[in-house]
Design a protein around this ligand. Structure first.
Ligand SMILES: [Zn+2]
Ligand SMILES: [Zn+2]
Length: 262
């Protein structure tokens, strides 16, 4: 096997590895929440004006595969930057102090969240929405399969913060993997369609700034607000939170309550 053939084989293996892991996680969550426990969780279904159908599900799977393919190219770029000494990545924990690791982890989480908020607002401008972001908003009722259903260029833009950052900031490789896993978990939670957080989430100082399935479902049903990824902070500070979010959240998390359409 020559070098080029083994490179292509490596790429295909990376893509299939990511696809199997992604669809394994998303499929299992969908099976549990949308099928096995659907009746028990019926009171926690976030109301939607347009239910998902088979065509939407196929659309979500198709675009998720495109997003994963671009993600594979991202892995290639990061590997190239690392191999040629540009990216400051290390697999050795001895290269970092505990304080440095904690600071980098918190800083990158915040940066990712702010980057997402900024680009998400740009994606809601007329041209970008028509040509890119409408792919994601094809899902009015979100399902776990909506999590990676993006136009490939949008998927690239939302994750592109890592390229300039890895040139300047020393990053421990397992931390990068943990950030990716946390991002996926948050994405699946946001597109669950069911609210699993307890009712007191929006009453506890600190925790009330954390995102929820209701928060992001309202973004898909009302479109013009709730742009945040993991935190509500940016929407609160910049006045883009959907009015009545707390009320809808309380309605969805109060068992036996009368439901209010979004
Ligand atoms: Zn959007
Ligand atoms: Zn979404």
């Amino acid at each position: 096997m020559n070098g080029r053939t083994s490179d292509v084989a490596g790429l295909v293996a990376t893509f299939f590895g990511q696809a199997v892991a992604y669809f394994g996680v998303v499929g299992l969550v969908w099976l549990l929440v949308w099928k096995v426990f659907a009746a028990r969780l019926a009171g926690r279904k976030v109301p939607t004006p347009r239910p998902s159908d088979r065509a939407q599900l196929l659309h979500e799977v198709r675009y998720s595969l495109a997003t994963l393919a671009f993600g594979t190219l991202g892995v290639v770029v990061i590997s190239w930057l690392s191999e040629h000494g540009y990216a400051r990545l290390s697999a050795n924990p001895a290269d970092f102090s505990p304080g440095q690791l904690a600071l980098t982890f918190g800083g990158l989480l915040l940066l990712n969240d702010l980057w997402f908020y900024g680009f998400h607002r740009l994606l809601h401008t007329r041209w970008a929405f028509t040509h890119l972001h409408s792919v994601h908003h094809r899902s009015v009722e979100v399902t776990p399969f909506s999590s990676y259903s993006f136009h490939p260029l949008e998927g690239f833009l939302l994750g592109a913060w890592i390229y300039p950052v890895c040139l300047w900031v020393p990053i421990w490789l397992p931390m990068l993997a943990a950030l990716q896993a946390l991002g996926l978990a948050n994405n699946v939670m946001s597109h669950l369609g069911y609210e699993l957080w307890p009712a007191w989430l929006v009453r506890v100082p600190g925790l009330r700034w954390v995102n929820s399935a209701t928060f992001h479902s309202l973004h898909h049903t009302r479109v013009n607000g709730n742009f945040g990824l993991m935190l509500r902070v940016w929407d609160r500070l910049l006045g883009t939170e959907v009015p009545g979010y707390d009320e809808v959240f309380r309605s969805v998390t109060k068992s036996g309550s009368s439901r209010r359409a979004p």
